[in-house]
Design a protein around this ligand. Structure first.
Ligand code: ADP
Ligand code: MG
Length: 335
C-alpha cells in the first residue's frame, strides 16, 4: 500500500490511545477544561464506571457559537497564547475533545455571557452541525458509551468499581489545586464527593485528605532561587502503606513525578520505614520556562530545567520542618 495521510477520525483514535486511557482520563480532561474556563462550580456525574456516561457541567465562560466546531477539531485551542514555553493553563494541546469524540458519543452544550446557547455532537468521529440548544451560562459536556468505537480498548477496562474509584481519585487530585471551586461528583456509581469552596488551601486539603490531616502534619514553606515549595507533609505516625495519598502540584498542575516522589522518600528516609509512605499536599511554583509539561499527552509528567535544585529544595525543606517539629530519626536498636 502506498503512503497516505490517515483519515481524521483514525488520527484522533490514535491520539485517544494516549490521552484517553480510561474513563478517569476523560474526567480529568473535561474538569481541566472547566477550570481553564474560569468555572466556580464543576459538577461531575457518572454511571457504569464512566463507561456508560460521564457528564461535566461548569459555570465558566462558555464556548462562542462560531468556535464550537473548532473546539472538537484537532490542534484547535484558545490557550497557548504565549507559546509552548510559557504554559499557564491546564490544557494546551487542543486534542482532548477530538480524541474523546473519536471513541465515544460526545455532546457539548454551551453558552457564553453574551451569546446564544448552542450544541454540537460527535459520534465515533462524525461531527454534527452546530444547532441551537437550551443551556445556562457555561458548558455541559456529555460522554456516552466510551470506547464503543474502539472495542480493543474497551476490553482493558477493569470493571465499574475500579473505574469509578479512579474517577473519584482524579477529582480529589484536581480539587486540592483549586480550593475556590466547588466540586461535586455524583451519579449511579455511588462514589459521591462534595467539596465546598473555600479561600484557604489547607481547608480544601483537609476536605480531601481528612480533618485529622492538618494536626498530623508539618507545614512546608521554603524557597531557593525563585523556586517555592509550600504545603504540608504528614508526621511519620500518620504514614500510609502506599503512596496514593501523595498529592503534588507544579504550578497548580497535579503531577506524578518520579523525581519529586524520590525526593519525598529521601526526606523521610531517616524517620520512616521503607515500606511506609508520607501523606503530602505539596505545591511547587516556579517560572513556567523552567519546567517542561509537554512530555506526554496526559500532561502528568514534568521535566525540570534544574532537577538538582528541585530535589535539594524538597529534601532540605522537609527534613528541616520535621526536625523543627521534633521528629527524630528512629533508633535502629542495633546498638
Ligand atoms: P485544550 O484544552 O488543550 O485547548 P481541548 O480539546 O480540551 O483542548 O478543548 C478545545 C477548546 O475548547 C479549548 O481550548 C477551549 O477553548 C474550548 N473548551 C473546551 N471545554 C471548555 C469548557 N468547559 N468551557 C469553555 N471552553 C471550553
Ligand atoms: Mg483541554
Amino acid at each position: 500500500m502506498p503512503i497516505r495521510l490517515l483519515p481524521e477520525t483514525m488520527i484522533n483514535q490514535i491520539a485517544a490511545g494516549e490521552v484517553i486511557e480510561r474513563p478517569a482520563s476523560v474526567v480529568k480532561e473535561l474538569v481541566e477544561n472547566a477550570v481553564d474556563a474560569g468555572a466556580t462550580r464543576i459538577e461531575i456525574a457518572t454511571s457504569g464506571g464512566g463507561l456508560t456516561l460521564i457528564r461535566v457541567s461548569d459555570d465558566g465562560g462558555g464556548i462562542p457559537a462560531d468556535e464550537l466546531e473548532m473546539a472538537v477539531s484537532r490542534h484547535c485551542t484558545s490557550k497557548l497564547a504565549n507559546g509552548i514555553d510559557d504554559i499557564r493553563t491546564l490544557g494546551f494541546r487542543g486534542e482532548a475533545l477530538p480524541s474523546i469524540g473519536a471513541v465515544s458519543r460526545l455532546s457539548i452544550r454551551s453558552r457564553t455571557a453574551a451569546g446564544e446557547p448552542v450544541e454540537i455532537s460527535v459520534e465515533g468521529g462524525r461531527v454534527s452541525p452546530v444547532r441551537p440548544a437550551g443551556a445556562n451560562r457555561g458548558t455541559t459536556v456529555e460522554v456516552r458509551d466510551l470506547f464503543y468505537a474502539t472495542p480493543a480498548r474497551l476490553k482493558f477496562m477493569k470493571g465499574e468499581r475500579a473505574e469509578a474509584s479512579a474517577i473519584a481519585d482524579i477529582v480529589r487530585r484536581i480539587a486540592i489545586a483549586f480550593p475556590a471551586v466547588r466540586f461535586t461528583l455524583s451519579g449511579s456509581d455511588r462514589m459521591t464527593l462534595e467539596f465546598a469552596p473555600t479561600d484557604e488551601r489547607l481547608r480544601r486539603v483537609a476536605q480531601v485528605l481528612g480533618a485529622e490531616f492538618p494536626e498530623n502534619s508539618v507545614e512546608i514553606d521554603a524557597e531557593r532561587e525563585n523556586v517555592r515549595l509550600e504545603g504540608h507533609v504528614s508526621v511519620p505516625s500518620y504514614s500510609r502503606a502506599n503512596a496514593l495519598q501523595q498529592y503534588v502540584y507544579v504550578n497548580g498542575r497535579p503531577v506524578r513525578d518520579k523525581l519529586i516522589a524520590g525526593a519525598i522518600r529521601g526526606a523521610f528516609a531517616d524517620v520512616l520505614a521503607r515500606d511506609r509512605h508520607a501523606v503530602t499536599a505539596l505545591f511547587l511554583s516556579l517560572d513556567p520556562a523552567l519546567v517542561d509539561v509537554n512530555v506526554h499527552p496526559a500532561k502528568a509528567d514534568v521535566r525540570f530545567r534544574d532537577p538538582g535544585l528541585v530535589r535539594g529544595l524538597i529534601v532540605g525543606s522537609i527534613k528541616e520542618a520535621l526536625a523543627a517539629a521534633g521528629v527524630r530519626p528512629a533508633t535502629t536498636g542495633a546498638a
